[in-house]
Design a protein around this ligand. Structure first.
Ligand SMILES: NC(=O)c1ccc[n+]([C@@H]2O[C@H](COP(=O)([O-])OP(=O)(O)OC[C@H]3O[C@@H](n4cnc5c(N)ncnc54)[C@H](OP(=O)(O)O)[C@@H]3O)[C@@H](O)[C@H]2O)c1
Length: 256
């Protein structure tokens, strides 16, 4: 299979790349940091191709699509993994950073999906995995409100695609990791005190994703604890959910 993975230079994306390559698939790795991508190319050689671009900009996505067409690669699976988010009270954080989050997590993801969804629908085969979050199931994410809302969009959008596309033979799945030990948003997972917030490693997320995709799941929630938490969220009043999230995010913010 030919697989595109956005945000493959680190964290969950890099582990997804490894698992697909190790299982004999060809991967096109997309991200901005050239040195990280070049290291990946060196490590995996002809099993990967790298494209260095910022996909929060729509013109770059158009160019990315052209580049892939020129490579003559028929894409079988698109994994929209690249994502970002800002910590802090909305009224005191940089609006430019929130706009970037929306441009990447929503606009970029939607545009890339649109391009490949049409090709896959016409072919009657292929697949799309959109990386949402367990945050997608919450009533809101105080101190990370824009990020949580963007992930609620990703889950809702992806579930709509399931109904529109799967009858035609195109697989659709939302990957919803819980807190995972990556350097998300440049905050090192090695930072003292952060370990208590993590439920899964990037490797566990990638393994669950791979297994669930080939088992025809539409929503993948890696880790038993995350599954339980998402399940019980249904029975917790929305205003209580928000207060719990606020307490967790405030504790996290104190470490940053
Ligand atoms: N870690 C968690 O707890 C957690 C939980 C739930 C969901 N998620 C989701 O999982 C996904 C991966 O995050 P992660 O935790 O693995 O964090 P990460 O290590 O920071 O990975 C983010 C990836 O996205 C890429 N990226 C960021 N901005 C980009 C842009 N404008 N254009 C192209 N690529 C861009 C980064 O590469 P470059 O910097 O090289 O561009 C990096 O490879 C995200 O969608 C995140 O929301 C994470």
């Amino acid at each position: 299979m030919n697989v595109i993975i956005t945000g493959a230079s680190s964290g969950i994306g890099r582990e997804l790349l490894k698992i697909f390559v190790d299982n004999g698939h060809f991967v096109i790795a997309v991200a901005r940091r050239k040195e990280k991508l070049e290291k990946i190319k060196k490590e995996f050689d002809e099993k990967v191709e790298i494209i260095c671009t910022d996909i929060s900009k729509l013109e770059n996505i158009r160019e990315l699509h052209e580049e892939i067409k020129k490579m003559n690669i028929d894409v079988d699976l698109l994994i929209n993994n690249a994502g970002t988010g800002e910590y802090g009270f909305f009224y005191e954080t940089d609006i430019k950073s929130h706009i970037k989050t929306l441009d990447l997590n929503i606009r970029g993801l939607t545009y890339l999906t649109r391009i490949f969804a049409e090709e896959m629908f016409k072919k009657g085969s292929g697949g799309i995995i959109n990386v949402a979050s367990t945050a997608s199931f919450q009533s809101g994410g105080p101190l990370m409100g824009v990020y949580y809302a963007s992930k609620a969009y990703v889950l809702s959008f992806t579930e709509a695609l399931v109904e529109e596309m799967e009858y035609r033979g195109v697989r659709i799945m939302a990957l919803c990791p819980g807190p995972t030990s990556t350097d998300f948003k440049g905050i090192s997972s090695e930072r003292k005190g952060m370990e208590k917030f993590y439920v899964t490693t990037p490797r566990q997320v990638a393994e669950s994703c791979y297994k669930d995709y080939f088992n025809d799941k539409n929503i993948c929630i890696p880790g038993i604890l995350n599954k339980i938490l998402v399940f019980i969220t249904r029975f917790i009043p929305r205003k209580v959910q928000r207060k719990i999230v606020r307490k967790i995010q405030e504790k996290k913010k104190r470490l940053l």
